[in-house]
Design a protein around this ligand. Structure first.
Ligand code: 5GP
Length: 118
């Protein structure tokens, strides 16, 4: 596996608070949470730098990430209140870790999104 920060978390080489795991997806708390619940869901077995690099044969991974987030929301009891999932792609979205991941944000009403920075 190409070495990334999230690869190290997947291999348990650096610590993280892991809150979800199945055969293909790991979920762990973001180190700098932007909402009361902020979990990152990453594919465990494939490293892809950005959403733009996902090939058609890898499309199922995106669904796995989204369904893992939805399952976690149901299990934690906030699915009915609602939540947001986000994938940042490259510079204008502020992507900082180049190992695709899906953010799950929840736990309080969330502000709107998509406004230009500054
Ligand atoms: P991005 O900005 O690439 O969409 O998201 C990367 C996320 O990884 C950020 O929200 C950031 O707070 C989080 N992050 C960066 N370093 C670490 C770390 O060492 N551990 C954990 N758990 N999250 C991290």
């Amino acid at each position: 596996m190409t070495d990334t920060l999230f690869g190290k978390i997947i291999r348990r080489e650096i610590p993280a608070t892991i809150v979800y795991e199945d055969d293909e997806v790991l979920g762990f708390n973001d180190i700098a949470p932007q909402a009361p619940v902020h979990v990152l869901f990453v594919p465990k077995n494939e490293v892809i730098a950005t959403l733009d690099d996902v090939q058609p044969g890898q499309a199922h991974l995106i669904g796995k990430l989204a369904l893992a987030a939805a399952a976690y929301a149901r299990q934690q009891g906030f699915a009915q209140d609602g939540y947001r999932i986000v994938m940042n792609c490259r510079e204008h979205a502020g992507q900082t870790v180049f190992h695709i991941h899906l953010h799950l944000l929840a736990g309080a009403p969330l502000g709107r999104f998509g406004t230009p920075a500054g």
